[in-house]
Design a protein around this ligand. Structure first.
Ligand SMILES: [Mn+2]
Length: 209
């Protein structure tokens, strides 16, 4: 399964590599989506982001709490990072969310009558690799058509005010980056349509059950 998703990123001007990174990795029963913002910028930040991304890919099937703790264990010798993780479970049609530090997550509902069309997901203060807050993930029901948007703090937070309900992932990621990049930090936007993880097939199977 290769769900369609989009990512756009730009390093801080003058840097050749970015300290922002991401992971989209399908596993047996779902998909792991994560965005990493290593402290600072430049090669050391990029190295820290790679350490986290490698761990997240290798253990993608594990629970977000376990994943973040694994990253923390491996990142003591690095600069550390803010990391937000969303683990989609196809069968239960849920997303388990855990954010440490300031990588923003916004869940955009396809249902225009939803009470909260754009839901900002909670993150806890801390730095993976140095200081972990209490790791308590939240479980959020998702429907096909919903979209998860993740962005590092090199993207202005007001991007969440103008998210369309329907858009193609790659153009939307590029558009958000272009409009909201602050240009004083590395910046990365990831757009992940939840349909990629909770397919119509999985839903109809669940309804039959
Ligand atoms: Mn940053």
């Amino acid at each position: 399964m290769a769900p369609e998703w989009g990512v756009a990123s730009v390093p801080l001007a003058g840097e050749s590599e970015s300290g922002d990174g991401f992971v989209v990795k399908a596993f047996d029963k779902g998909v792991l989506v994560a965005v990493i913002d290593a402290l600072g910028h430049g090669p050391d930040a990029a190295r820290a982001a790679r350490v986290a991304a490698a761990a997240l890919e290798q253990y993608a099937h594990e629970k977000p709490e376990v994943l973040v703790r694994r990253c923390d264990d491996l990142m003591h010798e690095t600069r550390g990072a803010a990391i937000s993780v969303a683990s989609f479970d196809m069968q239960s049609r849920t997303m388990t969310w855990l954010g440490v530090g300031n990588v923003t997550g916004a869940l955009v509902r396809a249902d225009l009558t939803a009470e909260q069309r754009v839901k900002r997901l909670m993150v806890r203060g801390g730095v993976v690799g140095f200081h972990l807050p209490e790791l308590r993930a939240s479980v959020v029901p998702v429907l096909p058509g919903d979209t998860l948007v993740l962005a590092t703090d090199g993207v202005g937070i007001d991007f969440t005010n103008s998210l369309p309900a329907i858009a193609r992932p790659q153009p939307l990621a590029e558009q958000i980056l272009q409009r909201y990049a602050t240009h004083d930090d590395d910046a990365l936007v990831l757009v992940f349509p939840c349909s990629g993880a909770v397919t119509e097939t999985a839903c109809s199977e669940q309804r039959r059950a």
